[in-house]
Design a protein. Structure first.
Ligand code: ATP
Ligand code: MG
Length: 266
């Protein structure tokens, strides 16, 4: 056992102790050790996957920026229209990259346990009003309202909760055709605040539901290509809600819509 354990490195994380003999306590120890290795190996592989997905996502905007820079270099200097198109695209891609990096940094701070959380008591209904008002300013294509919002206060990090709600509302906007409805409600139920975000959008196929909170996961690859996005929004929102000892439920029907239900301790 000692010899095997000494040889375990990050490059040989799939090594396991031999538990075939029936030496009671030693066997139990070996089994415990093996299941610990299972857990370490799993999170190591997840972390690797995360780094590789992140690098992959960063390659696209960099390639686009490089492409336009080369174009400018070759013909753009004297051609006003090439110049304008290139500068516009470089700006957009740089902005996309900045957003992606900010999301990655948020998740990394969460993983490391250094994300700051400032708890305060605040009225949830006022935050919802604020979000509805702000959303109306940037999106005129949907009918965004509330039809039941009790005045309840929660003890939480207002900025983070707002960020999480933004993720859900942004998704409802993105995955609901123009003219659709988005309804945000809140009420108290026993010792919890319940928040719902409901849309009349494209919905999420049953098979995708278990994975939508995973990092970089996007349902329906062909459709999501057009809408843009990285698949990090829900991973961030989930982190925030879990940090507040809350839970999230999703109900969705394809072509009918999606309802997100968030429970937070009052
Ligand atoms: P971003 O990081 O920009 O938010 P994203 O919106 O693709 O990118 P998530 O917010 O994590 O990523 O959502 C993951 C996937 O879940 C989406 O790609 C989409 O397929 C599906 N999804 C989430 N919310 C909805 C919704 N309200 N209606 C339909 N599909 C949704
Ligand atoms: Mg999103």
């Amino acid at each position: 056992m000692t010899k095997t354990v000494k040889n375990i490195t990050i490059n040989a994380l799939d090594t396991r102790l031999d538990v075939s003999g029936s030496h009671d306590e030693l066997k139990e120890l070996a089994e415990t050790f093996n299941s610990m290795l299972d857990r370490i190996q799993r999170s190591y592989e997840q972390q690797n996957q995360f780094v590789s997905d992140a690098s992959h996502e960063l390659r696209t905007p960099i390639a686009v920026i490089q492409g336009y820079a080369n174009l400018l270099d070759r013909w753009g200097k004297n051609d006003q229209s090439v110049l304008e198109e290139s500068v516009g695209s470089i700006k957009t891609e740089a902005e996309n990259m900045k957003e992606l990096i900010e999301k990655l940094l948020f998740l990394a701070r969460g993983d490391k346990g250094v994300q700051k959380i400032d708890m305060e008591k605040f009225p949830l209904n006022e935050l919802i009003d604020e979000i509805i008002k702000e959303t109306k300013l940037i999106d005129a294509g949907h009918d965004i309202t509330t039809n039941h919002c009790e005045s309840i206060s929660i003890y939480a990090d207002r900025k983070l909760i707002k960020e999480a709600l933004r993720v859900f509302v942004d998704n409802s906007i993105k995955y609901t055709p123009q003219g659709g409805k988005i309804i945000i409600n809140c009420y108290s139920l026993k010792s919890e605040a319940v928040l719902t975000i409901q849309d009349t959008g494209v919905g999420i196929p049953k098979g995708d539901l278990p994975y939508i909170f995973n990092r970089f996961y996007r349902a329906d690859k062909s459709r999501t290509k057009q809408t843009g996005g990285t698949g990090l929004g829900l991973a961030i929102a989930r982190w925030i809600i879990l940090k507040h000892n809350g839970t999230i439920e999703v109900e969705s029907t394809v072509n009918e819509g999606t309802r997100i239900i968030i429970f937070l301790p009052l």
